[in-house]
Design a binder for this molecule. Structure first.
Ligand code: UGA
Length: 455
């Protein structure tokens, strides 16, 4: 099929490259010329494992452009995958979505085009996008759209850092459309994924046990709400285990064992029960805020979701409390941060706990050193306000002369550091394992005073 993707962020680019890999003819459009130039040369503007490899493999089915006029006419499916950054009151800012919908109305001409909301958009956006496309088309042509188009919602559930895996081997595909004909276009598009009939890339083999993918075919509003409800549930699962972690610390219990003990109940499930500093990233914070804001518009108070947000904020504060408890004074101390990105395998710093923690430490007069395997450039570029943070070439340099080190992001390479000689280079060998990711016994043997978020 002829597919157009508007927006080349994580969602848009991953979707475009995966669909091209499956054999569709895909054009990715983005008004940012520097991004398009990079993509044309085969490089990806952000860190995402295997995306560049898949892009190279699917290159013959991919085109890139900055011009909507070049790509909207003739498209059978147009995905809107533009950013919806958080606005001041928690509701997402929809200016890019609006511009994309108007752009489609300006140029649409095919006999039947399905416009798909792939961005995470507030409930009701399907109708809103439809009216914007129609309105713009009528203004341009002085008449109602001669051709038909329809809007669908197809939320994505990919995680940064495993975006390709999650797109090719999803737990489910959700399609929201108000007419059967619209949904059928998307079934055809996704058929190779739904039936798992494609040849997997050598570097991302099909996981054992993956068979036909469940399809949820529903109305627009339900599909839109599924996305928010899924993210909010995952966010509150993490906040729940972090709240239990607080009590577990008081009573001297072991939170890892508790997570395992409850997670093995199939009704609860083991995933997303990793306690620690809590969630960051561009999704959970934004989507829980949007859910609370939408509910407020309908006169509802989403207390559970709001509490999950509060608990998450408190976890960042607890890092400072833990360090204060140990060092008593932070002024003049040197604290090392291992990891800046909001989670491993990405260079994304949006709502990353490390940013808040660095800020709080600097405010209290501490010196801050930091390292991240891939996010340092992005940190320097996007956080000039944190230029006092000393960005180090390697973890060894971070640790040297520190009064305490905090593991903020559980990059695998930090787990396997040669901790014994490192302990000797510190002023006081204190480590706060913010992700419960290090081997406590090994660190204690290496001479560290090991602190967890819950012990
Ligand atoms: C999340 C969802 O997991 C995806 O399904 C969804 O598609 C995506 O948002 C989105 O809406 O675009 P993502 O934000 O990329 O994906 O990352 P996650 O792997 O969900 O991690 C989010 C945060 O939770 C990270 O900071 C991570 O460190 C933290 N986390 C995760 C925990 O603290 N504990 C856990 O057990 C799991």
């Amino acid at each position: 099929m002829n597919v157009t993707i508007l927006g080349t962020g994580y969602v848009g680019l991953t979707t475009g490259v995966c669909l091209a890999y499956l054999g569709h003819k895909v054009t990715c459009a983005d008004p940012v010329a520097s991004k398009i130039a990079m993509l044309e040369e085969g490089s990806v503007p952000f860190h995402e494992p295997y995306l560049a490899d898949l892009l190279a493999e699917a290159r013959c089915n991919l085109k890139f452009t900055t011009e909507y006029a070049h790509t909207i006419p003739g498209a059978q499916v147009i995905f809107i995958a533009v950013g919806t950054p958080p606005g001041p009151n928690g509701s997402p800012d929809l200016k890019y979505l609006q511009a994309a919908a108007r752009g489609i109305g300006e140029h649409i001409d095919a006999s039947f085009t399905v416009v798909v909301n792939k961005s995470t958009v507030p409930i009701g956006s399907g109708n809103w996008v439809g009216s914007l496309v129609r309105e713009t088309f009528e203004k341009r042509n002085g008449k109602k759209p001669r051709t038909t188009f329809a809007v669908a919602s197809n939320p994505e559930f990919l995680r940064e850092g495993s975006a390709i895996h999650d797109t090719l081997y999803p737990d489910r595909v959700v399609i929201g459309a108000d007419e059967e004909q619209t949904a059928e276009v998307l079934y055809t598009l996704y058929r190779p994924i739904l039936d798992q009939t494609f040849q997997p890339p050598t570097y991302l083999p099909r996981p054992e046990g993956v068979g036909a993918v469940p399809l949820i075919s529903t109305d627009l509003a339900s599909a839109e709400l599924i996305k928010y409800a899924a993210n909010a549930f995952l966010a509150l699962k993490i906040s729940y285990i972090n709240e239990i972690g607080l009590l577990s610390e008081r009573v001297g219990a072991d939170i890892s064992q508790i997570a395992k003990g409850i997670g093995l109940d199939a009704r609860i499930g083991t995933r997303f029960l990793q306690s620690g500093i809590g969630w960051g990233g561009s999704c959970f914070g934004k989507d829980t805020a949007a859910l609370v804001a939408t509910a407020r518009e309908y006169g509802l108070d989403m207390q559970i979701v709001q509490s999950a947000r509060d608990v998450n904020r408190r976890q960042r504060e607890r890092v400072i409390e833990k360090l204060l408890g140990e060092l008593r004074i932070l002024k003049g101390r040197t604290i090392g941060l291992l990891g800046l990105a909001f989670k491993p395998h990405t260079d994304d710093l949006r709502e990353a706990p490390a940013i808040d923690i660095a800020q709080k430490l600097l405010e209290r007069g501490a010196r801050v050193k930091a390292h991240d395997p891939v996010a340092m450039e992005s940190f320097k570029k996007h956080h000039p306000d944190l230029s006092d943070v000393n960005c180090c070439e390697n973890p060894e340099e971070v640790v040297r002369d520190c009064d305490a080190v905090v593991l903020v992001t559980e990059w695998p390479q930090y787990r396997d550091l040669d901790w014994e000689p490192l302990a000797k280079t510190m002023r006081t060998p204190v480590i706060l394992d913010g992700r419960l990711a290090l081997d406590r016994a090994r660190l204690s043997r290496a001479g560290f005073r090991y602190l967890g978020m819950t012990c």
